[in-house]
Write a protein that binds this ligand. Structure first.
Ligand SMILES: Cc1ncc(COP(=O)(O)O)c(C=O)c1O
Length: 382
């Protein structure tokens, strides 16, 4: 006999966006609260919200859903993924030491390097997933924060989350994981000991390429978390109510979209690996990927929608292949319903660690055979 007390699966909770019903109208879909101000009680207190730079009823539900998905104490939405990530760093305090991976979302690496040059932080970059290098970096000086991104954009390097957490915590550092590529569908970093998980919600969380948003979710309240909240409120890097509403709508189909695009990405990666013209394919779902076993141990239900591959020529060849694609759109970003292709070296510039012949794919939810045909015809055309 089934028990009525069993908590619904995350898939059910997400499809119903927490099962929220409007107290006044009984609406199943929440309204968009555009008001920036809220009336005080006669005694001066705020019975509801206060001011929309601190809280807005439209984004509270999306935050609560993300917290539920990540198993977090609390989640905060930001105006973008970068606004979320930089709020963490700026909340650390002056000249704090940060360890980050060599290969990570390039805008954030670039921003961290600029902050380090200005003396705001002390930064050390270590090879992704190299636990000995991390241990040595942690031993060399007191460190406040270890940043990880797994899988990493765009090289798909995998980092062992639990091992990193053990090393960092033993050295007194907190761990923040950019889990944008993994999504809460495939990985729950907080369950593996991470302190704060970060997302560019612009990607799979929203999933339709029509919202810029970021998010943080914390395992526990802490001084750092309160400082992060202060960063958001002080700088005003909040999400607007329209975007928060769209994000919540997108999140309702998160499981369907992520599972479909990850399954497509697996097929695309295998199809690329079968082509002799292709020099290398980077996808954690491939047995040939050096991080496959670690990925299998910390990702469930798939390995994400990003696949990168090296075409085995120069940058011009890669660009020619990208522009010969018809179904894949040549555009930046990831996690949309439609598939995208981008030549990352020309986006990231000369300091990029990304090979010149690498193309990054964001695989969408189209028919996998159509996508593979498109890739094959583009490779043949070049
Ligand atoms: C892994 C990762 N982290 C962070 C970001 C930054 O997010 P946003 O563009 O929402 O500021 C991106 C953007 O592409 C990303 O791919």
């Amino acid at each position: 006999m089934s028990s009525n007390t069993r908590k619904p699966n995350r898939r059910s909770i997400t499809a119903q966006a927490l099962g929220w019903i409007d107290g006044t109208t009984r609406a199943l879909v929440p309204p968009i609260h555009t008001s920036t101000s809220y009336e005080r009680s006669p005694d001066g207190s705020w019975p509801g919200a206060e001011y929309t730079r601190d809280d807005n009823p439209t984004y509270l539900q999306a935050e609560a859903l993300l917290a539920e998905l990540e198993g977090a104490e609390e989640a905060l939405l930001f105006a973008s993924g970068m606004a979320a990530a930089t709020a963490v760093i700026d909340a650390l305090g002056p000249a704090s030491r940060v360890i980050a991976p060599q290969k990570m979302y390039w805008s954030l690496r670039h921003w961290l390097q600029e902050r380090a040059e200005s003396g705001a932080i002390r930064l050390e970059l270590v090879d992704n997933g190299d636990s000995q290098a991390l241990e040595a970096a942690l031993a060399s000086e007191p460190t406040r924060l270890v940043w990880i991104e797994t899988p990493a954009n765009p090289t798909l390097d995998v980092t062992d989350i639990r091992e990193t957490v053990d090393l960092a915590h033993a050295a007194g550092a907190v761990v923040v994981a950019d889990s944008t590529l993994a999504t809460p569908v495939h990985t729950r970093p907080l369950d593996l000991g991470v302190d704060i998980v970060m997302h560019s919600a612009t990607k799979q969380l929203n999933g339709h390429g029509d919202v810029l948003a970021g998010a943080l979710a914390t395992a526990a309240d802490s001084d750092l978390w309160r400082a992060i909240r202060g960063q958001r409120s002080g700088r005003g890097g909040v999400l607007g109510p329209f975007e928060a509403w769209l994000l919540l709508r997108g999140m309702r189909t998160l499981f369907l979209r992520v599972e479909a695009s990850s399954a497509n990405a697996q097929r695309v990666a295998e199809a690329l690996e079968a082509r002799s013209e292709v020099r290398a394919v980077y996808y954690p779902g491939l047995r040939s990927h050096p991080g496959h076993e670690v990925a299998r141990s910390q990702m469930t239900g798939g390995f994400g929608s990003m696949v990168s591959f090296c075409v085995g020529g120069d940058a011009e060849t890669a660009l020619r292949i990208a522009s010969s694609m018809k179904l894949f759109k040549q555009a930046t970003s990831l996690g949309h319903t439609e598939s995208l292709v981008e030549h990352r070296a020309s986006v990231e510039g000369p300091s990029s660690p990304v090979p010149g012949d690498l193309l990054r794919l964001s695989v969408g939810i189209e028919d996998a055979s159509d996508l593979i045909d498109d890739l094959y015809q583009a490779i043949a055309a070049a």
